[in-house]
Structures are given as C-alpha cells and as structure tokens.
Design a protein around this ligand. Structure first.
Ligand code: MSP
Length: 506
C-alpha cells in the first residue's frame, strides 16, 4: 500500500472573483501535491468554493440574482483559473452540493446529541463582510478589528457550540504536537489566544436564510464557518464512502492564509473533538501579498488578476515567482520589476541557457543522441544526492523558497562544470572523444534530475524539458525518491530541439 497524503486549500467565497491571493494558496497546494505524487505518495488534493452565508446572499441581491445563480457563475471563474494555472486537484467541492450539506447536518446533530450544542441568545457586534461577531474589547476604535469596517449590534436566538469545554484538550494537543500549527509565530499566536479563554461559539443565524438549515429547526441556518470547515470531510466522502474517508483522513495539511488561522486552529479542531473525528495533522498559514507596496482592497480596486499576469508573463513564470520571492509564511509584495528580474535572471539566464546550450552541444557532437555514460563525475553525483535531501527536507517544511534555492545551486554547479570541463574545446580533439562523451552524459543526466525537481513548480516547463531529453517514460510516472541518483538517463535516447524555455523580457 502506498503512503497517502491529503492536502486542502481553503474553499473560496463566491462573492468575489479570484485574485492573486486565492491563486497563491492554490498554487502552493498544487506544488506540494505534485511533489508528493512524484515521491511515491497516493495524493488527494482538494479545493472548492464556499457558497453559503450572508455575504454571498448580499452580493447576489446586489447583482439581482439568486444566490445559487451567483455561485454557478462565479464557481466557473475559479474552475477556469485553476485549469489555466495547471492545478492538479483531485476533486472540487461546492458547499451547495448535497454530498456536503448532508454531512453538515449529520455532524451538527451529532454534536447536539452530545449536548455540545445548545440554544441560547446572542448579542454582540457583528461585521457582515467578515461574517464574524466581535466582543466590545476586540473592536479597534469601534470598528471590525479584521477589516476596519463598521459593525452592528445584533441580537438573535442562536445555537451555541460549547467550545470552551475543549479548551484544555486543544491546548494540550497543540503543546504536544509542534507540527500542528505552523509557522511557529502563528502557533504562538494561537496558544496566547486560547490561554485568554475560549467562549462558547455562536453557530447559527436567523437573520438570513442562505445556508444549511439546523436539523429540526429550519428557522436557523448553520454558521457559514462550521458549514465551510466541514468540506474537508465531505470532500473525502465522509458518510458516502467510508473506505475513501479512511484512506485519506486525517488530512496531512490544511493550507490557509493567516487571516483564517483561528477558524482552522480553534473552531475546527474543537468541533472535530466534539464529534469524535481525529484531528488533521497540520495547518500552515501563509502570509499576505500586497501590490506594489499597497494593501489590495475593493476600495482601491487594485486586486491583481492572475489571468492578466499569466497572459503577460506565462503560467510557470507566475508560479515560480510566487514561490521564489519570499519564504512561505511571510508577507510579500508584488512588483512587476521584481517579476521581470526573476524571469530574466533565474529562468532565462540560469536555467534556460543551461538547458539550451547543453542540448545544442549534445546535438552537435553526438548526432542528436544521448552519448554513452562513462563513469560519472564524483562532484556532480554528490551534489545530486545532497540536493535531493535538501529539497525533500524543505518541501516537508513547506519551505518552497528554500527548495528552489537548493535546485538553483545545482543549476549553478552544472554551469560551472561546463565552464571547467570546456566540452567545446575537447570536441576539437578526436582523441578525447570518450572524455567528451562522459562529460556530455553527466550534464544531460543532471538536467534530467533538475527537470524532475522543477516539475512540481513548473509542470509545463518540466514536460517540455522531459520531452527534449527524449525519455520515453512519462515524467509523471517517475519516482524522484529513487530517480534522483546519477545514471538513469538512457544512452541513445533521441534528443529534441526546442525553442528557448523562457524568453527574456526587455
Ligand atoms: N471561505 C473562507 C475560507 C473557508 S475554508 C474552510 C475564505 N475565503 S476567501 O475567499 O476569502 O479567502 C481564501 C484565501 O485567500 C485565504 O486563505 C486568504 O488568506 C487568501 N487571501 C486573500 N487575500 C490574500 C492576499 N492578499 N494575499 C495572500 N492570500 C490572501 O476566507
């Protein structure tokens, strides 16, 4: 049996069209999913859309549509974007699907039967855009502490979840499992918050109707966050397919942005404890992107459209940039200049040139075929091995930038190897044919491993490089955890000429 790996993205609200922030989480998840598949895991990668709640209902009213019409229209935008970004998700869950709603009601009932949910009255400050109630002390200058907008005093009958009951169990779990919340700073933030004391959580609303109704009391709709979080279970067919559920749950990683940390590391695990389902293994919160130094917002109208970016720079260039520019977990700033610099230096100069000049030499000196291998170069062999272990460690920490830096050290090492061994001079001497052959082989074989390394990050480029190296077996069938070692490029494979991988931007 293969080891399994279950990775999720947040499910995106359909009241907004996709922007670079959404694309960021999904690209990161895709890279990890592809990397895990390439190293022998049976991966399940889930994404989807969050379609209920007041926010969606309100946007639909404004657009003169029914909420479901709005959802059907916007969900296509997300699905189309994921196709264009080469996202390899295994399923796509919408919270309006029956397979999901059924699980939400089932678990709500289960928690009720356990007396973890009770009916009470709720009064507090409510921020409609954030769908969140705040206490007086949490407000900042009388406004929502998250988005800075006005809040309203609301009172309603509401079901409550006894979240406080699980406070000690949650704290103990977090303290025992340092991996559970990452990065470290986020983990500390959550610990501090829990230590201040967890209140019971209001988990139903009567002020609107667009949502999953409370079993036995349809006046109430279930709080959109409880509804949404449960997608991680319904997406692996909890109730519908027990075998599949057992195969993938608990999730290995919930990838999230820092703004939805509390929902994922407090509401979600306490609810899972209540209904007796094992907790996910890790929640990792990444930072936020600003645009040329400014926060992206509706009022500024400065959201970066990922489609425009792809059209301007290319899909793999965008994927690469987002992962390379800052450590995953930290905030980042997008600028066109930084993007152009990365493309020209890392992609066009370092990787693209190396690949092209190596191929041109091999074509010219060995009639377009991979030459015989010789004995291999000790230094390159050693670097290959080291790189693999560095990349593997970095990927397991979700340190995408670190992994890319290690891969680019390998790229530089090959560039240096070419300069030092000077195959172009050897080629002039018939007597040095064997030496030339083994040098060219070493270069091409290292390029084979580089291709495997970059494939999760830049799948389309990886395919192109693989094809140019003339290897018959598809790249997706390779197992990097075995094939990183020197020497598995078949001699005699027919090389193919390809246009430059990354055109320079002037
Ligand atoms: N629907 C909830 C999630 C429910 S998950 C059970 C939600 N949706 S969202 O569409 O508003 O946001 C989804 C993700 O986009 C979040 O992880 C958020 O951090 C991310 N981003 C939104 N703007 C962002 C940036 N400017 N930069 C990086 N990521 C950002 O929240």
């Amino acid at each position: 049996m293969k080891k399994t790996f279950y990775i999720t993205t947040p499910i995106y609200y359909v009241n907004d069209i996709p922007h670079i922030g959404h694309a960021y989480t999904t690209i990161a998840a895709d890279i990890l999913a592809r990397y895990k598949r390439l190293t022998g895991y049976d991966v399940f990668f889930l994404t989807g859309t969050d379609e209920h709640g007041r926010k969606v209902e309100k946007s639909a009213e404004e657009a003169g549509e029914k909420p479901i019409e709005l959802a059907n229209r916007v969900v296509k935008r997300f699905q189309d974007l994921w196709k264009r970004l080469n996202i390899s998700n295994d399923d796509f869950i919408r919270t309006t699907e029956d397979r999901h709603k059924k699980v939400v009601q089932f678990l709500f009932k289960k928690a009720m039967e356990k007396d973890d949910i009770y009916l009470g009255k709720y009064e507090d400050w409510y921020c409609t855009p954030c769908e969140t109630f705040w206490t007086q002390s949490q407000l900042k200058g009388g406004k929502c502490p998250e988005c800075g907008r006005d809040v309203d005093k609301l009172q309603e009958e509401s079901y409550f979840f006894r979240m406080g009951k699980y406070q000690d169990a949650l704290l103990a779990h977090i303290e025992k499992n340092p991996e559970f919340i990452q990065p470290e700073t986020r983990r500390n933030e959550v610990i501090r918050f829990i230590k201040e004391g967890l209140r019971d959580l209001s988990i139903s609303r009567t002020s609107f109707h667009w949502g999953v109704s409370v079993p036995g009391n349809p006046q109430h709709v279930i709080y959109v966050w409880i509804d949404a979080l449960i997608n991680y279970l319904s997406g692996v067919e909890y109730l519908n397919d027990p075998d599949k559920f057992a195969r993938y749950w608990p999730a290995d990683v919930h990838l999230i942005g820092k703004d939805i940390l509390r929902h994922h590391t407090i509401y979600w695990p306490t609810f899972l404890m209540s209904v007796g389902i094992p907790l996910f293994k890790k929640a990792f919160a990444h930072g936020w992107w600003t645009n040329e130094g400014k926060k992206m917002s509706k009022s500024l109208g400065n959201f970066i459209d990922p489609v425009k970016l792809i059209e301007e720079y290319g899909v793999d260039q965008v994927r690469y940039f987002l992962m390379r520019e800052v450590p995953f977990g930290q905030d980042a700033d997008f600028s066109h200049q930084a993007m152009v610099n990365r493309i020209n230096s890392d992609l066009a100069n370092d990787l693209g040139n190396l690949f092209n000049r190596s191929l041109v030499m091999a074509m010219k000196y060995f009639e377009g075929e991979v030459p015989p291998s010789g004995s291999g170069n000790d230094r390159l062999k050693e670097i290959l091995e080291k790189t693999f272990f560095k990349v593997e460690a970095a990927m397991n920490e979700l340190a995408f930038q670190k992994a890319l830096i290690a891969i680019w050290e390998l790229v530089s090492a090959v560039n240096k190897y070419i300069d030092e061994t000077a195959p172009f001079s050897l080629a002039k001497d018939e007597g040095k044919r064997d030496q030339l052959s083994s040098i060219i082989y070493n270069i091409l074989d290292t390029l084979r491993v580089i291709t495997l390394f970059i494939f999760p990050f830049m799948p389309a480029t990886g395919e192109k490089m693989w094809d140019a190296l003339g290897i018959k077996e598809p790249i997706a069938k390779q197992d990097l955890s075995k094939h990183y070692q020197w020497g598995s490029l078949p001699s005699g494979a027919k090389l193919k000429k390809i246009p430059p991988l990354f055109p320079r931007i002037t």
